[in-house]
Design a protein around this ligand. Structure first.
Ligand SMILES: NC(=O)c1ccc[n+]([C@@H]2O[C@H](COP(=O)([O-])OP(=O)(O)OC[C@H]3O[C@@H](n4cnc5c(N)ncnc54)[C@H](OP(=O)(O)O)[C@@H]3O)[C@@H](O)[C@H]2O)c1
Length: 390
């Protein structure tokens, strides 16, 4: 099979021929049809932390099960059946541990960390959901404690049933922010809680974000020097109760912190080093977490060890079960990000996709000098590559 392989010692990334992996206990083999790009795919290819000679890179994938590992035949779960359309995420080269990556024609994965893709959704669309969808779910439910529609907790510690909970999503047009907003709305519907959803995004995205499935109540422009004050005014002086900082880079962390009331919680998605902020200067301590915890393994990441977290793995399996079925109205539970279907396959990911993502901060991405329409800056979209036509 073909795979996109990083050689950490030389920082070379190239398409190589490798043997098709064999599924082990609890795993299935998947023919990959589409992969989606995330900023970490590029960051850890350009600045490798992997310690092996070679690593397959890439996180998000969707495809079709072509064989199953030992001891799975007796299960009735759809995700153990040949022919099922599934999606999930791998760690790629984003760790020192030897973990699989998604950018390959075939991959193996534990069946319970997959979701079966509803018929109404294409595999390209499904490839865009798993990693940022789970990251957003961990932030909104595990860290901020909003009532969770799939974890048996429709109650929460936030206010009382009659209070309005003010929730801010900063950088609402990121992939992460688009999923976080949907999960906040699902939380409000499942729990009956009154949530005022406030977003900070480019003005050009406000009309899009006011509509379903995001349904923002209030939007401010993050380029407006007075946006923090405008957010506070929208809360009628109470301040934000729960905040998602989808960028978590320096200035955004300090500004979002300034919108919070004293009992608030704030979820961040980059740690102090990568995000370049100092937690000791923040009145409300932000809560950081890495999506990789959902895999349930110990992870060597950015000079630290993230301990194996069995609870995070259970949460991930519940989230993926939740995605596996359609909602009562027949629609998918979580709308995928708008897609930018990129031309070419594995061989175009580095020269096009990674060029657009850059390898530094999301807020410091510079425009490329390329003229092709698909090389315009990423805004409220997910880049997807077809690996095999459906
Ligand atoms: N902790 C974890 O496990 C985890 C998991 C996933 C992602 N992340 C991190 O989360 C961040 C977001 O990832 P993503 O994939 O969602 O990003 P993305 O979709 O690629 O982000 C692009 C968006 O960033 C917005 N943006 C750029 N500069 C901004 C600024 N100064 N203020 C507000 N918004 C700005 C742009 O908005 P406009 O076009 O409207 O300007 C654009 O829509 C990344 O740093 C990523 O590494 C962490």
């Amino acid at each position: 099979m073909k795979a996109l392989v990083l050689t950490p010692a030389t920082k070379d990334v190239s398409v190589q021929e490798l043997p098709i992996p064999q599924p082990r206990d609890g795993e299935v083999l998947i023919r990959v049809h589409a992969v989606a790009l995330n900023p970490v795919d590029a960051i850890y290819a350009v600045h490798p932390i992997a310690e092996q000679d070679q690593r397959i890179i890439g996180t998000d994938f969707a495809g079709i099960i072509t064989s199953v590992g030992p001891n799975l035949e007796s299960l009735s779960d759809l995700r153990t059946k040949i022919g099922t359309r599934v999606a999930g995420f791998h760690q790629g080269a984003c760790s020192t541990n030897d973990r699989p990556g998604a950018f390959a024609e075939y991959i193996t994965a534990p069946y319970d960390l997959l979701w079966s893709v509803p018929d109404s959704m294409s595999l390209e669309a499904a490839s865009a959901v798993s990693m940022c969808g789970l990251t957003a779910a961990q932030g909104v439910f595990s860290r901020l404690g909003l009532p969770c529609p799939f974890d048996g907790q429709v109650n929460s510690s936030v206010g009382t049933a009659n209070d309005v909970t003010n929730v801010l999503i900063y950088s609402a047009s990121t992939s992460l922010g688009l999923y976080a907003a949907q999960l906040v709305q699902l939380s409000a519907r499942a729990s009956g809680r009154k949530i005022r959803l406030i977003g900070a995004a480019s003005a050009s995205k406000h009309d899009f974000l006011r509509k379903a499935p995001y349904n923002y109540d209030v939007l401010v422009d993050y380029r407006d020097p007075n946006w923090v004050e405008k957010v506070k005014e929208a809360t009628e002086g109470k301040g934000i109760d729960r905040a998602v900082d989808s960028i978590s880079e320096g200035e955004s962390v300090y500004s979002v912190n300034n919108t919070l009331n004293d009992n608030a919680k704030m979820a961040v998605f980059r740690g102090p080093k990568g995000g370049q902020y100092d937690p000791s200067e923040l009145r409300v301590k932000p809560i950081y977490g890495a999506v990789w915890e959902g895999l349930g393994h110990e992870i060597g990441y950015n000079g630290a060890i993230i301990a194996a977290n069995p609870d995070a793995r259970v949460f991930a399996t519940k989230f993926f079960n939740f995605l596996s079925t359609a909602a009562a109205d027949g629609k998918v539970k979580l709308e995928p990000n708008p897609l930018r279907l990129m031309p070419g396959g594995l061989e175009r990911i580095v020269p096009d996709g990674f060029e657009l993502l850059g390898s530094g901060m999301v807020s410091k991405r510079s425009d490329t000098s390329r003229n092709e329409d698909y090389m315009r800056p990423i805004s409220g979209e997910k880049m997807v590559y077809k690996i095999l036509g459906e």
